[in-house]
Design a protein around this ligand. Structure first.
Ligand SMILES: [Zn+2]
Length: 150
């Protein structure tokens, strides 16, 4: 329960738990949480039995849609999403990397049509363990370390 002392409970909203510490700021950025009015609490380098150190983000009065959850899954594939209403856990789920990704990520190939013209990206997820995204247009692979969120 130590984490509750560090990051206090929220009445309504979503808790994103089990984020790798190094990905907390990335998750904040890709969900555009820097620019919302909601109250946001986060912690990094918290103790976790499962993962050693972890990060957590709590967003008051916000419930994420599947496009947001897809973004979270790419930045923090083992994250847990906990939906809180009236201080009660309503739903707890592990994020899942979808089979296809539309938008969200840039194609690694600078000559790809999606980087040259106003065409939205589309990828087939060919590996979820170490993330590999294959571009629908140029068929080049974008691997985990090269992922740039749009
Ligand atoms: Zn491409």
């Amino acid at each position: 329960m130590a984490k509750e002392l560090i990051v206090s409970a929220i009445e309504n909203g979503t808790v994103i738990d089990h984020i790798p510490t190094k990905s907390v700021f990335q998750v904040i950025k890709i969900l555009n949480l820097e620019n919302v009015e909601n109250q946001i609490l986060f912690g990094i380098n918290l103790e976790s039995k499962k993962y050693g150190k972890k990060g957590i983000i709590k967003v008051r009065n916000r419930f994420f849609e599947s496009s947001d959850i897809n973004k979270i899954s790419l930045a923090a594939p083992k994250a847990t999403l906990i939906v809180i209403k009236d201080f009660q856990v309503i739903e707890k789920s592990t994020v899942e990397i979808p089979d296809t990704i539309e938008g969200i990520v840039k194609c690694f190939n600078p000559n790809c049509i999606t980087n040259v013209q106003n065409v939205d990206t589309k990828f087939k997820v060919i590996s979820k363990d170490k993330i590999v995204l294959q571009c629908h247009y140029c068929e080049k692979n974008t691997v985990e370390k090269n992922i740039v969120f749009k």
